[in-house]
Design a binder for this molecule. Sequence first.
Ligand SMILES: Cc1ncc(COP(=O)(O)O)c(C=O)c1O
Length: 384
Amino acid sequence: MPRNLSPSASPVRCADIASSAFDAVRGDQAARRFGDDLRGRFHAEHCHLFSSGRAALSALFSALRARTPERDTVSLPAFTSYSVASAAVRSGLKVAFYDLDPATLCPEPGSFERSLGPDVVCAVVCHLFGYPCPMNGLADIAAGHGVPLVDDAAQAMGATVEGRATGMSGIAGILSLSRGKNITSVDGGVILTNDSELSRAIAGVACEPSRRRDIPALALKALLIWALQRPQIYWLPRSLPFLKIGASVFEPDFPIGEMSPFQAALGRRMFGRLDEINQERVRNAEDIIRRSGKPGRFPEPAPGSRPVYLRLPCLGQAGREIPEMGVVRSYPQALCDLQELRPHVVHGAQDCPEARRLARELVTLPTHCFVTEADRETLARSVA
Ligand SMILES: Cc1ncc(COP(=O)(O)O)c(C=O)c1O
């Protein structure tokens, strides 16, 4: 069978899936324990667990909106996961965009500031592919407009910048545990905040309770992730287009639910290995950059930051995807060009040419645990 690399993978273990299912059935206090671990590591006073990262983001938007009901817009990077825009629309909000600096993948400060206005509920900063964005300057700009900052660390769990963990700047942060993130619990999302009033508002957002009867289906999905992300088997899901593996979809009609005890138990087990898993990604990414001999093709991590390279982004690679090696464009269109999002974009939203260029020219290289030395050499040689 052909060996295929997936663009992203998370090294979930069979034994952890079995123990987590057992814990969930037994009624172990998995969610409380996972929440305690997260609060401890991130020095967060409050932690809320959700069924997905987009559910967490949407609950956060709704809670922030309740504080400023006269505002109706979220400011987003024009190049990011379509899930971020889906969450804004799910919360009944309009979207405005700001552009990114392609050399760092961080917000371009002038464009960021222009996206903020009296109607903006919050501005979201995403640490794309595990590259942390410095937040202090952006927080100052946002504060100047009375706009709270949301620190979206869905792709950067375990990274640090300016001496803080990503996810812990701004009024609140989010993490994701979906398939292909730094660690996975099949799906899962977290809100972290030190704002007690906001935490009460989040607790008040309508949220579907988790059901015991979902445990077998979730455990089966975890086993499928374990099996199908392997290079010997990945050709199978890749050859079934209806599975939409790796596709970016704008889908604002998703459930907002509690994280189930199974997801919390599995998330907690993987969280215990977060640094070890991230270190492997860092080693792989740095080795590919070194072997390529073209460090200028890769975005520059912010000075003093510790990136976690969920994937390794590579610039100026238009048309150079190699799907069987996991080299893909992550977001085929900038959010400002996404047809389905048009009805939700504020009038006069900025044009974001760099985001457009990133959508055309940026590919990501895999950095996960299934990438071998031979793969790193092939990946490095593929960089134009
Ligand atoms: C930056 C960012 N924010 C939020 C999300 C939503 O997370 P989830 O996939 O867990 O719904 C994603 C998912 O890809 C993401 O990349």
